[in-house]
Design a protein around this ligand. Structure first.
Ligand SMILES: *Cc1c(COP(=O)(O)O)cnc(C)c1O
Length: 385
């Protein structure tokens, strides 16, 4: 962390200055599509809102500060941010990806960009021999750590080393960890990508995305594509996200504390046969997670010893946890991968990937931990009666 304070301070002040005309403490919403010019081709630095918007720029500076980047470039969704990175590559580019990517990322890679001649391969980067997995002609390596929903951990430093060796760019989707707990650029990555829809905004009321980098050539490319392709977020959405960011550090602490209480409860429950949570010593990702993350958020997955029908009943019986896709908001959510996010994967492949019928994914919010546990307890009683 450099000189503009620790992460808690940067969430609030990173890249921010008071609005110069009025001294407004919070960056205003600049709800305009265009800006008056005093003379043809002479302007204030702002000509058209796809290209420049002061509200969006305030958010971009704050995220850059949090990730230790020189530049952060915001988009209308996490997938728009992801797509922009691929748009910077040309036809024939080779991309090596982790094998359990966010489903939408997998879909846009294989069903949209593959058509334009970008080649994608998928490997288990958490366990693979990296020399084999990342060949000499690789242009981009794309990974998520922790992954969804099994919370697998990949050694970012090691992958960064191999990517550098072959001259490939390393992009890390840091949506689950957030810069409060993991800063991929400090671990050797070139690009950090977020769905700001999740923890960064944190209030389940905006869809957005960002790519951050300290590499000048990438920064220039991303800025060019943001304007040239135009998948930009609106001023209200960037303002809401900037407002949400201010509490990111305190929210993450509470998400983590609640997740730990839930994990303790799961550990003592005989109906739970597996817990996926990297900050337990028994977890296969524990050593690496501890070496590259300073904490963990509210995500916990576990397997109930039950049928798919009973797991569905469990998910339908919670009252504090809302049954919904997405994650990272102040409210607790749960989902059942076998029936929801991963229903399109055939049952035998689900089993192979470790996606059991009784696998449940929790996004622990910031309510009182006792209420979360009481809720899980009553839902379990209702499901298994
Ligand atoms: C949600 C999510 C995305 C996609 O972001 P959107 O904002 O929904 O487009 C990408 N990666 C991860 C890890 C996500 O959870």
């Amino acid at each position: 962390m450099s000189d503009d304070g620790r992460i808690e301070t940067r969430c609030i002040h990173g890249g921010q200055q008071h609005e110069p005309t009025t001294g407004a403490v919070m960056q205003p919403v600049f709800q305009t599509s265009t800006y008056a010019q005093p003379w043809p081709a002479k302007h204030t630095g702002y000509e058209y809102a796809r290209t420049q918007n002061p509200t969006r720029e305030a958010l971009e500076r704050c995220i850059a500060s949090l990730e230790g980047a020189t530049e952060a470039v915001c988009f209308g969704s996490g997938l728009a941010a992801t797509s922009t990175v691929i748009q910077a590559l040309g036809s024939g580019a080779k991309v090596v990806c982790g094998d359990d990517l966010y489903g939408g990322t997998y879909r846009v890679f294989t069903r949209v960009f593959a058509k334009f001649g970008v080649e994608f391969s998928f490997v288990d980067l958490a366990n693979a021999d990296l020399e084999e997995a990342i060949p000499e002609d690789t242009d981009l390596v794309w990974l998520e750590s922790p992954t969804n929903p099994l919370l697998k951990i990949t050694d970012i430093r090691k992958v960064a080393e191999r990517a550098k060796q072959v001259g490939a760019t390393l992009a890390v989707d840091n949506t689950f960890a957030t810069p409060v707990f993991q800063r991929p650029l400090e671990l050797g990555a070139d690009l950090v990508v977020h769905s700001t829809t999740k923890y960064l905004n944190g209030h389940s009321d905006v869809v957005g995305g960002v790519v951050a980098t300290a590499d000048p050539a990438w920064a220039e490319q991303l800025r060019f594509l943001q304007n040239a392709v135009g998948a930009v977020p609106g001023p209200w959405d960037t303002w809401l996200t900037l407002r949400g960011l201010k509490t990111l550090a305190v929210r993450m602490e509470r998400h983590q504390a609640n997740a730990r209480r839930v994990v303790e409860w799961l550990e003592n429950n005989p109906k739970v046969t597996r817990i996926h949570y990297p900050f337990r010593e028994e977890d296969p990702g524990y050593a690496i997670a501890s070496s590259q993350m300073s904490g963990f958020g509210g995500m916990v997955s576990f397997v109930l010893d039950c049928t798919l029908e009973q797991a569905e009943k469990f998910c339908a019986s919670t009252k504090v946890f809302t049954l919904a896709e997405s994650l990272g908001g102040v409210e607790s959510l749960l989902e059942l991968p076998a029936s929801m996010t991963h229903a399109s994967v055939p049952p035998e492949i689900r089993e192979e990937l470790g996606l059991a019928d009784g696998l449940i994914r929790l996004s622990c919010g910031i309510e009182h931990a006792d209420d979360l546990i009481a809720d899980l307890e009553q839902a379990l009683a209702a499901a298994l009666q």
